[in-house]
Ligand binder design. Structure first.
Ligand SMILES: Cc1cc2nc3c(=O)[nH]c(=O)nc-3n(C[C@H](O)[C@H](O)[C@H](O)COP(=O)(O)OP(=O)(O)OC[C@H]3O[C@@H](n4cnc5c(N)ncnc54)[C@H](O)[C@@H]3O)c2cc1C
Ligand code: HEM
Length: 313
């Protein structure tokens, strides 16, 4: 991108601040209606609540604000890349996203969308897409290289279900192919994908691995999302709570940048809210099993009374 193009991107910052979510709403509405297969990937509740539109608008704005040195965003991009990889996003899909993002900029900017601005944003998007594609390629490769690792989705069988409290169930997952499973950093998550009959398509969600690595299984602990006053019950957690031992579920390899650094000797302080406690169990158990134990300075977990009887997690 040349200096003139970078200046044009910077000139759109005030527009992104005021109209960023109009832009991303237009983007998702057109992309998802014209490419219905992508509904298998995007969380429909995040679309309905506007969460995903806000997150993307903030990311586009942050990119524009740091267009001179986008590398300062590398940690944010790694977090997004981990989410993408856990959802098996492909490089070819960046063309689709680019197409709808640029047409949405045109649509929302209206008459202000000069050919130069559109060219600058096309260039800026392509550069960002290239950074993301290459980050994600590295992540896919390292997953496949690991013993028991895989790319994309793998069928697992629910081998056990433990009712931990009135609203939390732990699911023990073993690969259907009976192969080995890759280890993970305590705090990482997996994506699971299930068919939703009411929607007639699949929906993925992320769940933290709630125990230290055990080569026999992955364990996730899922809170049933229900009784949300005027809002609908959660889709996937309620489907999972109706699953039985022996049922199949699609699982992606462990991902995520929020994890314990087991090599460092720094002490740890663990703080969580609600079901956010699940990665802490993995961290505590991994630390207990580790030769190089960290000193635990404190652990604060805010949980509702009905979730208190956490038996094994
Ligand atoms: C990295 C990561 C790790 C996670 N780990 C865990 C874990 O260990 N255990 C766990 O239980 N969960 C975990 N989660 C949360 C989990 O991924 C799901 O978000 C959760 O299970 C709810 O999914 P759902 O499909 O049941 O609900 P969804 O259908 O996704 O709904 C979520 C919420 O959105 C609300 N909603 C729906 N429509 C609207 C609307 N129009 N406006 C406003 N709100 C609306 C619903 O009422 C509901 O409360 C994790 C999430 C992430 C990102
Ligand atoms: C440069 C281009 C892109 C940017 C800046 C971007 C940005 C983001 C951000 C900020 C998130 C939220 C991350 C989180 O919640 O942790 C996200 C999630 C996601 N992205 Fe991307 N993305 C890009 C390209 C793509 C592509 C090509 C696809 C494939 C269709 C894609 C599919 C998804 C999906 C399915 C999610 C999860 C959404 C959800 O949970 O509702 N993204 N992306």
């Amino acid at each position: 991108m040349n200096t003139n193009q970078k200046n044009l991107i910077k000139a759109t910052i005030p527009f992104l601040k005021t109209n960023g979510t109009d832009l991303t709403k237009h983007f998702y509405a057109t992309m998802l209606s014209e490419n219905p297969e992508l509904n298998n990937l995007f969380n429909i509740s995040n679309q309905a609540s506007g969460r995903q539109q806000n997150v993307l608008a903030n990311t586009v704005l942050a990119y524009a604000e740091n267009i001179e040195k986008p590398t300062v965003l590398i940690n944010i991009l790694k977090g997004i890349g981990n989410k993408h990889v856990s959802l098996n996003i492909h490089p070819e899909q960046y063309k689709i996203v680019g197409h709808y993002l640029i047409s949405s900029i045109k649509a929302i900017l209206g008459d202000a969308a000069t050919a130069e601005i559109i060219e600058a944003w096309t260039e800026a998007y392509n550069e960002l897409a290239q950074i993301m594609i290459s980050l994600e390629d590295g992540m896919y490769q390292s997953k496949v290289r690991k013993t028991g690792g895989w790319k994309g989705w793998r069928t697992f069988i629910i081998s056990d279900i433990v009712e931990e409290s009135a609203e939390i169930k732990s699911f023990y997952l073993k690969p259907k192919d009976k192969g080995t499973i890759t280890d993970y950093h305590p705090g990482q998550y997996i994506s699971v994908k299930t068919f939703v009959p009411e929607l007639q398509h699949e929906q993925p969600r992320q769940y933290s691995l709630s125990s230290a690595f055990n080569p026999e299984y992955y364990r996730i602990s899922v809170k049933k999302d229900q009784n949300n006053q005027h809002l609908p019950d959660g889709i996937v957690s309620n489907i999972l709570h109706k699953k039985n031992i022996g049922d199949e579920i699609e699982v992606s390899a462990p991902s995520g940048v929020f994890h314990l650094d087991t090599h460092s000797e720094n002490p740890m302080v663990l703080i969580s809210g609600g079901v956010g406690i699940t990665p802490l169990f993995s961290m505590l158990e991994a630390n207990k099993n580790s030769v190089k134990k960290k000193q635990l300075y404190g652990c604060i977990a805010a949980v509702m009374r009905k979730s208190m009887h956490l038996k094994t997690i």
